[in-house]
Design a protein around this ligand. Sequence first.
Ligand SMILES: [Zn+2]
Length: 266
Amino acid sequence: MKTDLFEKQDWSGCFAFQGDRVLVKTGPEPAIPPAEDLSGLCFAGCSGEARSAGRPGNCWIDLGKEASPPEGMEFVSLRDIWGLLGERAFFEAGRAFQLMEWSRQNKFCGQCSALMRESSSETALVCQDCKMTSYPPVSPAIIVAIEKGASLLLARSPHFPKGRYSVLAGFVEPGETLEETVEREVIEEVSIRVKKIKYFGSQPWPFPHSLMVGFTAEWESGEIAVDGKEIEDAGWYEPDSFPDMPPGISISRRLIEDFLLRKGRR
Ligand SMILES: [Zn+2]
């Protein structure tokens, strides 16, 4: 088990980014560098004082495209933070990344074009002129593991790595419950109907600002027919014939592991 970086009362780290790569102190014990080691490095933008206090993920620095890492530090992809520093660090780095992107994309009011300023009371940007308030976007998406007897539905999106299969996922549309999204996505992508839709768990996913909401479900009716766009191939797989699986950090992998556990394969 990795030690939790944020258990320490004196946490003073700050997430500095070049694009979606995070600055990390190298060495035998990799770490997020303390804010004081980064003073003077605010090139393309920084979190303000109000948001720097409180949660670790509130402190961010946008180093811009040109910056090279200071001595003893290197840039690591946001995805790799999980393996290097643990789940909590990945979620906090993801929060910092999302706040940075939101701040960069909302310098001006979408309603009257005046400058936006940080709110002093909440995580929000407020227009200096018309007072319109902007909150950081979070886009809910469902992800669902569908069972049929001893088999699990696994599908392939054209932009997966070669040979990779996973469970189905899709974004929630306005006016939908999460369960309705599950039903709609499954029909659209593989043409089957499902029943017994049950909540499994959730995971923030900062690419770019999703909240993955996991479900399990059972096949009810219909034959698999892929849409050919979002899904290019799908099938019912028993544990012994599983294809290449998504990496361990994603909720999709946790859903698959849960299926295997329930079928006595873990
Ligand atoms: Zn305005």
